[in-house]
Write a protein that binds this ligand. Structure first.
Ligand SMILES: NC(=O)c1ccc[n+]([C@@H]2O[C@H](COP(=O)([O-])OP(=O)(O)OC[C@H]3O[C@@H](n4cnc5c(N)ncnc54)[C@H](O)[C@@H]3O)[C@@H](O)[C@H]2O)c1
Length: 323
């Protein structure tokens, strides 16, 4: 690899749900963005979505300039040749390995040898995808939370062949994207947040299926216990805050009682057999209607806005204290 840094132009391949949100995140950070989609119908719809999300950012007070200032830095295309000007290209296409492979081949045909290439895959190991690249050392995972432009989460993952120096350079650069980036040096299945959440899902389903509590009851516990402190403290700072001595006894008593089942919970099997996609087809763990989904989406959008600003105020204080 030659010079460090990614310059001021970033490419994003895939203009779906996550792709458009990631594009807005980069625009918001002041980059020029080349948005690439092979789906011609998305050239227009995707662009409308970008404009709407930029308007939303403005409403949230996230843009230091007028919306046009950022929108003017956005270019949409189906031509891979335009990616040549990018120092970083983020792949955000449909979760099908063969399609991702085709995309990497096309990207590598058009970019310079030192352009960093990243994937937003949720589940495919980075080391598997990396095998499709001619220059695998410049490839890594960059995992976002939705909406990417209004969340601080950013998980960067090295594959077996990723250059740690390049991954660290991206982590440092991501500080300027309004993120709290983390770097995962080993390519572990599920990365960090999925592993943590699946441990919670396993225990949650086990408690429900033993008849200890209802699903709504368990959700209520999680929302109002962890939900009340986790954004501020994380889990280990919380342990210090509570005093560590009681944890030792609880470790001894509780660890042997926790679920270590390997099978998919029965409710999940049943819903997936019916083709359930939660709020997207009104078939999920809870009953949904079109009206309740609309309200939930609206509440989530409003909540995101408030928690982003709330956590920001405390984030600055914690950073100042070096905590
Ligand atoms: N937390 C996260 O970071 C997170 C969350 C959801 C999804 N994802 C991942 O992001 C990626 C995209 O997910 P999404 O929810 O935006 O999907 P989506 O279905 O909304 O969009 C997929 C996009 O892929 C592109 N595409 C489709 N066919 C293509 C082809 N043949 N060649 C090139 N591009 C093609 C299109 O632009 C399409 O909009 C997936 O890998 C998914 O696993 C990550």
């Amino acid at each position: 690899m030659g010079e460090r840094g990614i310059g001021n132009c970033i490419g994003v391949v895939g203009l779906g749900l996550m792709g458009s949100s990631i594009i807005v995140s980069f625009l918001r950070a002041g980059y020029r963005v080349i948005a690439l989609t092979p789906l011609l119908e998305e050239l227009e719809i995707g662009t409308i979505r970008i404009r709407e999300q930029l308007d939303l950012c403005a409403k949230m007070g996230l843009l230091p300039e007028k919306v046009d200032f950022f929108f003017d830095r956005y270019e949409v295309t189906a031509d891979y040749g335009l990616l040549q000007q990018c120092g970083l290209v983020v792949e955000c296409v449909i979760e099908i390995e063969t399609i991702k492979k085709q995309v990497y081949e096309l990207v590598e045909d058009h970019v310079f040898e030192n352009t960093v290439i990243a994937t937003n895959t949720s589940a495919i190991p980075i080391s598997n995808l990396q095998k499709y690249l001619k220059y695998p050392q410049r490839f890594m995972g960059i995992h976002w939370a939705e909406p990417a432009y209004a969340t601080r989460f950013l998980e960067i993952t090295c594959g077996a062949a990723t250059s740690v120096i390049i991954a660290e350079m991206i982590r440092d650069e991501a500080e300027n994207w309004g993120k709290e980036p983390t770097l995962l040096y080993k390519d572990i299945r599920g990365f960090i947040t999925n592993r943590l959440m699946y441990a919670v899902y396993r225990e949650g389903f086990a408690l429900i299926n033993k008849g200890c509590i209802s699903m709504a009851g368990l959700d209520k516990c999680f929302q109002h216990d962890m939900g009340a402190w986790v954004t501020l403290m994380g889990i280990f700072r919380r342990m210090d805050f509570m005093g560590l001595q009681d944890y030792l006894k609880t470790y001894h008593h509780l660890f042997p009682k926790l679920s270590n089942r390997q099978d998919v919970p029965q409710q999940m099997e049943e819903i997936l057999e019916k083709g359930g996609r939660g709020i997207h087809n009104l078939t999920g763990l809870y009953p949904h209607t079109e009206d309740s989904v609309r309200k939930l989406e609206q509440d989530f959008s409003n909540f995101n806005e408030e928690i982003y600003h709330l956590s920001d105020r405390y984030r600055k204080k914690l950073n100042d204290l070096n905590l």
